[in-house]
Write a protein of this length. Sequence first.
Length: 176
Amino acid sequence: MKNVVLIGFMGTGKTSTGRMLAAKLGCAFIDMDQKIEEEAGISIPEMFAQKGEAYFREKERQLVTYLAGRRNAVISTGGGTVKDPENMRQFRKTGVVICLTASVDAVLERTSHRGSRPVLDQADQGNRRQAVEQLMEERRDLYRQADHTVDTSELSPLQVVEVIQRYLKSRGVIHA
Ligand code: S3P
């Protein structure tokens, strides 16, 4: 099977959907952020604070190269993985790319726990909505590179998985 690569903004459900989809398809699940944390032995917020964002992006780039070289995996990317066009080029070679989207309100609710999203925590509490709106706008065209997009605002993770499975069947990526 081609890899199924989930891209999208923070809080759109890439990790929970990815894990459930992989279980349904009986294939490997790889969460990029989690893998980077495991390999570095520190959390992503710690990595941003101690080594800077550029260091994290380099780790991300190296991991994309490795993952694009394999098959049969559902891969949940980080919200900013799309910023490097080379990352997308590599993923597209061996995978089908699905973008998850959500409304600003849904993203704010799902990412309200401070301390885990360093790119949002840079904005103070009052400006969090503005930070989300601005970053979403900046990245809109990058997320549009996906083969298919699913708005998760009003859907449960299980419903999102069902929509993705239908799409994968229609494209002949999966058969069952
Ligand atoms: C980031 C999103 C995060 C993580 C890092 C940077 C971003 O992943 O990779 O904090 O730039 O949007 P999630 O989308 O899983 O929160």
